[in-house]
Design a protein around this ligand. Structure first.
Ligand SMILES: [Zn+2]
Length: 728
């Protein structure tokens, strides 16, 4: 049973993400409890507030048990989650105390059925507290974080429960289980051992203390970072510093200022180091100011400075790993991943460094040439990169973002591109549902109809940036698929595209198009899930596997038959001129040196923080970061890491500690998989059905390396990735 608090699959721009265990230690899982409802909750903390009117009391009566957002009030979440924890602990204790001999049914299946109230409340809460939050929800989140961590421990460290699990695990081969059930026994057992089930009492007590402090620190980090990022917005009194913005972008900046009751023009920060607007802003001082706001957002010595927190998180994680018998947090984390050890992941990354940095250095020289030819009189700085790269791109490939954006109108990209590709590959169709309640007016809901005409899933999408939304893009579930529980998937995608001014069309960049395909790749992994047990369902896989379906799906954005179907001028409906398409194709890997270098720099930085031994002293984050980048030959002045340590939410606030390499690792899988399609006829229903049957529907029901190799016919190699990413 996977316990998951903030679980979501986060794919930010073309490279991103799944935070499977986004809040680190906190998680609640897919445990579900067949509502032994009644008495259990009475003694629970918070139970007094959990009245009959609470909309989480019973499963939603809406189609697919979709969350009744029209009835849910902010004040309903915390009592429901607390009552859900109490109820699940009661259910778990009954399993542990069962006087009957342990059986697969009275132990593993019963655990899978536990925690349903908690799961449905938490799934809805995770969504709104990240995509549409407010101070009330943030304070509920802060209050719940340590309680959920303690809840997780109370289950994983329950000795009577683990004795049953261990006894069944020992004789698993003689239980006559089907392969999925056998996999559940192994995964659950390993998860308990991983969480400290085999520690003695003193060890478990220490582990609980460390986990509680970690969850509080991770939550504090995320809260400070949200504020720091908001405060880091750039405000201009008049349009002059924003020269280079088109009329629409300027109007959006004015609206952003108004929404914060400020005068002038506001440019909010995105969560990466680089800020997309730097590509168009022609005033160098403005670019420098925005970049510095980004780079120093969480290092200003104010209440939102995160440096002390991250140093302490790294130290506690190392201590926890030592307690559990591992040399480092990374060694502990990677044990159940596809890569298995930090050494394998590091070797994979180290091999990319010389190829990526060599490309980046060539690009930097090209950019410096442009600067010099314009008599700039300065050396390239990180805030100049995108602005001049855009000019190099224009001169080399003639590509102008303003020229291509009119062909990428958001709804057309969604329905004629993202959905269309899924129809062509998998035979599924989409029908908008305006009758289902949503948590914000920007959210749209679609019913997903399977090949046989039956409804497969619900899909929600929430694409526009808001100040009260976490940065990046991600996918998660409102309802997890499970044939045991009789539940079908309810999935959502969230992103942060610039919202157009009222009455204007939402024209997005090609990078945003890729993000939509990416997140929808995760959505497909969730929607096609066809497993019995909820904890093995859909995207509940290893981090270094879960980004594979999403990055694979990105490939279809550029596939000619798909591209031609959605890339049409929003006013005239005209197809994108062939010359422009050719330019996009040629320019695809134009910035590969930068893109891969910033990504591998962040990944190596993450791995160095998390291979620290428990004996290492508390680190100075700035010094550590400088040395870490130098050690891995990634200290390129003009190519900073995609995230600086102090705002690297994936690894401190999210679930990607010692796991950021997974983006690159899964690029390897995605490109290798696409190569298979390329070799076997490309976009066909037969190819799509085969992938659905052998991978996308299978969740974590089989060892993932074997699942991949069975489908591919051989182990993955890095060859296609180096070619696709322009490194070879
Ligand atoms: Zn992703």
């Amino acid at each position: 049973m996977r316990l998951e608090f903030n679980g979501h699959t986060d794919g930010e721009s073309m490279r991103l993400t799944k935070s499977l265990l986004a809040s680190g230690a906190l998680a609640i899982g897919t445990g579900s409890l067949s509502a032994s409802a009644s008495g259990a909750a009475s003694a629970a903390p918070g139970a007094a507030d959990f009245g009959r009117s609470n909309p989480f009391q019973a499963p939603s009566a809406l189609p697919f048990q979709a969350p009744p957002f029209d009835k849910i009030k902010d004040a309903d979440y915390q009592p429901a989650i607390e009552a859900g924890m109490a109820r699940q602990l009661d259910e778990i204790q009954r399993i542990a105390d069962n006087p009957s001999q342990p059986t697969f049914a009275n132990t593993f299946v019963a655990m899978e059925k536990s925690g349903r109230l908690l799961q449905r409340a938490l799934n809805a809460f995770n969504c709104v507290s990240q995509a549409d939050t407010n101070p009330f929800l943030q304070s509920a989140k802060t209050a719940l974080a340590p309680k959920l961590a303690a809840h997780d421990d109370a289950i994983h460290l329950n000795r009577k429960l683990f004795a049953r699990i261990a006894a069944l695990y020992e004789r698993r081969e003689s239980l006559n289980l089907d392969p999925e059930s056998l996999r559940l026994v192994v995964v659950t057992h390993d998860e308990f051992v991983h969480a400290g089930a085999e520690l003695d009492d003193a060890g478990q007590a220490k582990l609980k203390t460390l986990n509680e402090e970690l969850s509080t620190l991770s939550d504090a980090f995320a809260t400070k970072l949200l504020e720091a990022t908001k405060d880091g917005a750039y405000l201009a009194a008049d349009p002059a510093p924003l020269a280079g913005f088109g009329g629409g972008r300027l109007a959006a900046a004015a609206e952003a200022a108004r929404s914060r009751k400020a005068a002038g023009y506001l440019v909010p920060l995105q969560n990466t180091t680089q800020q997309p607007d730097l590509a168009s802003l022609s005033v160098r001082a403005t670019r420098a100011a925005i970049f510095q706001n980004s780079w120093n957002r969480a290092e200003r010595g104010d209440a939102n400075d995160t440096r002390n927190i991250i140093a302490r998180i790294a130290q506690i994680r190392a201590q926890r790993a030592e307690l559990l018998g591992y040399p480092s947090h990374a060694a502990w984390t990677l044990e159940d991943q596809m890569a298995k050890t930090p050494a394998v992941a590091i070797e994979f990354m180290d091999a990319l460094v010389p190829l990526a940095t060599a490309r980046a250095r060539i690009q930097a020289a090209d950019i410096q040439t442009v600067i010099d030819s314009q008599h700039g009189g300065f050396a390239l700085e990180p805030w100049d990169w995108d602005f001049y790269a855009e000019q190099v791109r224009k001169s080399k490939y003639g590509l102008d973002q303003d020229e291509i954006k009119p062909y990428f109108e958001l709804s057309a990209v969604l329905e004629n591109g993202v959905f269309y590709a899924a129809t062509e590959l998998y035979g599924i169709h989409f029908k908008e549902r305006k009758d289902l309640p949503v948590y914000h007016p920007d959210v749209r809901v679609f019913e997903v109809i399977d090949v046989d005409g039956r409804t497969l899933a619900l899909f929600y999408c929430d694409y526009f940036k808001r100040d009260n939304k976490d940065g990046g893009a991600w996918m998660s579930n409102f309802v997890d698929q499970s044939t045991l529980l009789g539940t079908r998937p309810v999935i959502y995608n969230v992103a942060n595209f610039s919202k157009p001014a009222a009455g204007e069309p939402a024209l997005i960049s090609f990078e945003d198009v890729i993000t939509m395909f990416h997140e929808f790749g995760h959505a497909l992994h969730g929607m096609f899930a066809d497993t019995k047990y909820p904890s093995l369902s859909g995207t509940a896989t290893a981090r270094d596997f879960v980004e594979f379906p999403s990055q694979f799906n990105e490939h279809w954005a550029s596939y000619p038959a798909i591209f031609e179907h959605y890339a049409k001028h929003y006013k005239t409906g005209a197809a994108m001129p062939a010359a422009l398409v050719e330019k996009i194709r040629n320019g695809k890997n134009f910035n590969a040196g930068y893109d891969v270098t910033e990504l591998v720099a962040a990944a190596e930085l993450d791995m160095q923080w998390h291979t620290l031994p428990a004996s290492a002293p508390l680190q100075n984050p700035d010094e550590f970061e400088t040395q870490a980048l130098a050690r891995t030959h990634l200290d390129l002045h003009s190519v900073p890491p995609r995230y600086r340590s102090s705002y690297f939410n994936h690894i401190w606030g999210g679930g990607y500690s010692a796991g950021y390499y997974a983006y690159l690792w899964t690029q390897m899988l995605a490109d290798d998989a696409y190569q298979w399609f390329d070799d076997n006829g490309g976009l066909t229903r037969a190819n799509g059905d085969r992938l659905r049957r052998m991978i996308l529907s299978r969740g974590n029901t089989e060892e993932l390396g074997a699942m991949y190799t069975n489908w591919r016919g051989k182990a993955p190699t890095v060859d296609a990735m180096l070619k696709d990413r322009g490194l070879r």
